[in-house]
Design a protein around this ligand. Structure first.
Ligand code: OMP
Length: 253
């Protein structure tokens, strides 16, 4: 978590570079290196998505090489959307942190606290899914509770409680629903939000920033993946995104 805060301050960026590699094996290794090298200057974090690595032979090896290529001062969030009982989650945590070398993970909270706690190691960042960016998420996450609020609010409350107990817990909140971003920000005024959905999924960047930035102009990690992977000049696209984001927020002290 400290690494993320330091990085966002020093590089003046809230951009998370998503790494969802597609293509044949030889191409992919080369393209991963290119995207990392071209965007690193602008990256607050990198987020490799585990599925895109596991779907290829030697995927874990490629993932480890990818993480090794990322400069050491930029946090790596392994997007595995893990979520299982504590005994099993502990093994996922060992994989993410000890084998892959990630600084953080994404976790699905559906099974409750014990699916999350094994990832909450000192210095690590755990992003708990609260309101995801995919449209059909509403069938579960927007279910209204008899006590008021929505199921996604429960995920946020669990995340907040665990953050108070362990530290290092943030939320995943998609950019495709700015209203939810605002609601969850009011429930979790201080936590970091990982925000996917900008770019290929059509999320509204300006509305998301307005709704989700903390009072200090920070607290959001804006992820985009396909747009950068497909860009002729990933570095230029990353720079533009950072400029756009920074124009819409107070500059960090
Ligand atoms: O946890 C995530 O990162 C995630 C959560 C969510 O609500 N929506 C979402 O798209 N993601 C991930 O964020 C990335 C989005 O990719 P692009 O749509 O190409 O920018 C993918 O790796 C998704 O798996």
């Amino acid at each position: 978590m400290e690494k993320l805060i330091q990085r966002t301050h020093l590089a003046q960026t809230l951009l998370c570079v998503g790494l969802d590699p597609i293509g044949d094996d030889a191409q992919v290794a080369r393209r991963l290196a290119e995207v990392i090298d071209q965007t690193a200057e602008y990256a607050a974090a990198f987020k490799p998505n585990l599925a895109f690595f596991l779907s290829r032979e030697n995927g874990v090896q490629l993932l480890r090489e990818t993480v090794r290529r990322i400069p050491g001062d930029i946090p790596v969030i392994l997007d595995g959307k893990f979520g299982d009982i504590a005994n099993t989650a502990d093994h996922y945590a060992r994989f993410a942190y000890d084998i892959v070398g990630a600084d953080g993970v994404t976790v699905n909270p559906y099974m409750g606290d014990d699916a999350i706690v094994p990832f909450a190691r000192p210095g690590k960042i755990v992003f708990v899914l609260a309101k995801t960016s995919n449209k059909p998420a509403h069938s579960l996450q927007d279910v209204a509770l008899t006590r008021g609020g929505y199921l996604s609010d429960c995920a946020a409350q669990v995340g907040r409680k665990l953050d108070e107990q362990h530290g290092g817990i943030g939320l995943v909140v998609g950019a495709t629903d700015a209203e939810a971003v605002g609601r969850l920000r009011s429930l979790s005024p201080d936590q970091w939000f990982l925000v996917p959905g900008v770019g290929a999924q059509g999320g509204d960047l300006a509305a998301t920033l307005r709704a989700g930035l903390r009072a200090d102009g920070s607290g959001l990690l804006i992820n985009t993946s396909r747009v950068l992977w497909q860009a002729a000049e990933a570095g230029a696209v990353a720079r533009q995104l950072v400029e756009q984001i920074n124009q819409l927020r107070p500059v960090l002290a």
